[in-house]
Design a protein around this ligand. Sequence first.
Ligand code: SF4
Length: 394
Amino acid sequence: MTMSGVSESYASFDSASADVPIFTFVLVKLASRCNIDCTYCYWFRDAEVYKKPPVLTVEAEDAFCQKLEEHIRSFELEYFMVVFHGGEPLLFPKRRFITLQDKLRAIEKRTGCVIQRGVTTNAILIDREWTEIFKTYEVLPSVSIDGPAEIHDQVRVDFKGKGTHAATLRGMELLRAAGIQPGIISVCNPASDPVQLLAYMVDELGIKEFDILPPDAKHGDDPPPIDTYFIKLFDVWYDTYAARGVRISTLDAMIRGLSGHLSICDTIGLGRVDTVTLMTDGTLEPLDVLRIAGDGSTATQSSVFANRLQDVQEDPRWLAAFKASLALPEVCRKCEFLDACGGGHLAQRWSTERQYDNPSVYCESWKAIFSHIWKRIAPTLVVDLEPVSVRQDN
Ligand code: SF4
């Protein structure tokens, strides 16, 4: 069996003729500020964010709702996803959050389109009122927690440098007490032991599905390699935790990619990047993590005041990111791990000199990780052949 499957779609990609997608997902920045100061945060690496209103303005919210309804009607959408994001989205006032949910419900009623909602939070501001709001409006939270206090508190700190683990855990416990099991996202510390993180998530918190991501970084940042960490993570998960039903999205995606299936996943790069981000002033931007490039790198001329949602696709900045997500550098197109890696996360391909025309800043690590995982899973794969029909000549 060889590693093959979907790389042909990259090899043959013609960026000039690529059909751009109809949006079915928007990242809504409810707050451009945060209540903590994580050391690895991508969001504030572009200082332009400080020029944005601290929370989504009422005018931008109204214009967005109007443009969203028009968009749903124009494309007769039956399903749409809105993820509330920040900064820290729960800095948005509760009263306004409820009003926004009511507006979305009214759009659902008028159009028949189901609008799913998610919120990505550090959980620190969660209280019983927030849990009730989430339940009432079916908003699914995802919580960022990097493991036990001794790992989490090294990087997820407040503005005085104090760890935030206890506050995050308290928020998570309130969610779980209310019957809400949040999605869990961890950013790995490559210098730590992944066994500690696994044991904490599974054995202490009783969480069986979560994700572990490498720290966001671009070329020029010189991040530490992640191969030792992810190889050990894979081995311990594969040998011990997989049989207990524990799922880690990034590892699932790697295995799928290596065994010739589509491995679309945020962490590594396979698939197009077609996210649209609503900023607090009503402007529309590409995927928020691309701000890691700094200096207004995601700024566009589009906004919900002057444009339809779909119009951002004509903006050079949005289009550059979209095309780059499909037109990979030659070294990636020839790479044996292309189907599993897809060139890495788009933000991690950025360099000032060549923009997105680079393999991932973690390329060497990914190669070592994929090579290791392939060696471990290849002997277990079963080749599933279609039955061959035999012609019967009389
Ligand atoms: S980033 Fe590296 S490992 Fe990934 S596809 Fe490109 S060359 Fe291969």
